[in-house]
Design a protein around this ligand. Structure first.
Ligand SMILES: [Zn+2]
Length: 275
């Protein structure tokens, strides 16, 4: 199968019709191998005009979900990265309060580097609660920042905070879109939800969408370097993992660098009309 055909296959397997139409913007499916993209490079894709990452911990937001946010900002849209905790218990050697401050500062610095906003809620690391208060707190931030697309954790995680975040976000999106729920800001409907390719959330993760991140990859990896854990300081070599994952996912999608995303089950639907 030629790369072009293969890529066409990947575009089709990405499921929903919206992903196919997205292919003419920075998804790049109109681009021939080894040649610059034709047509609308840099043009805005409605789904990716405003991307919000919502993660349990700042590292997840930037390492596993940061590239799509960086793409939105790079192409003239808006991006934000919301962490439900500071990940303050992530170091075996640095006191919790100090590490939380370091994580917050790293998030702010990294967000500035990719032209996005860092947002934080302060649930305790390891104890993120799945309750109405948390769901409405996230709902309010969705209504305030109005993302067209949200990227969050897949539920197949060994980490309880990641599973909690997944559940909170699903209900927060529902609340954010309901006009009859009266909050400070008016209702906002999120167009697309994706789950991120995260080494801690790998159980039953099946990629169905590939996003070309070539334009922002170097800058995004540089931004991740603001975090004190990026180079394996806490035991896992995030830099090697996510840097090489972008190459591997790029090979599979015939982009130079890519991230893989997973759609909710109900969105993995093909819309085909012949002729
Ligand atoms: Zn995490």
């Amino acid at each position: 199968m030629s790369p072009t055909t293969r890529r066409g296959f990947l575009a089709l397997t990405s499921g929903a019709a919206v992903a196919l139409s997205a292919a003419t913007d920075f998804w790049g499916a109109d681009q021939l191998p080894g040649q610059p993209p034709s047509g609308t490079t840099g043009g805005q894709n409605k789904d990716f005009s405003n991307v919000m990452a919502i993660a349990a911990h700042p590292g997840d937001a930037f390492f596993a979900m940061g590239a799509p946010v960086a793409m939105a900002a790079h192409f003239g849209g808006q991006g934000s990265l919301l962490s439900l905790s500071l990940g303050e218990r992530g170091s075996a050697t640095i006191p919790v309060e100090q590490y939380g401050s370091m994580q917050r500062e790293a998030g702010q610095k990294a967000a500035a580097l990719i032209g996005a906003k860092a947002l934080f809620l302060q649930y305790p690391d390891g104890e993120i609660p799945v309750n109405e208060e948390a769901k409405f707190a996230v709902c309010d931030l969705i209504r305030q920042h109005k993302p067209s697309t949200i990227v969050t954790h897949w539920k197949g995680s060994w980490h309880k905070d990641h599973r909690a975040c997944h559940d909170i976000v699903e209900d927060a999106i529902f609340y954010a879109g309901l006009p009859s729920i009266d909050r400070k800001d008016p209702a906002h409907g999120v167009r697309r939800l994706f789950f991120a390719d995260n080494w801690e959330d790998a159980k039953d993760f099946v990629a169905d969408t590939y996003l070309d991140i070539t334009a922002v990859c170097d800058r995004w990896l540089e931004a991740c370097g603001a975090f004190p854990m990026w180079r394996g300081e806490n035991g896992f070599r995030y830099n090697d993992y996510y840097g090489s994952l972008a190459i591997g996912r790029g090979c599979l999608s015939n982009f130079k660098r890519a991230v893989a995303l997973m759609s909710p089950e109900e969105e993995r639907v093909r819309h085909i009309q012949l002729p």
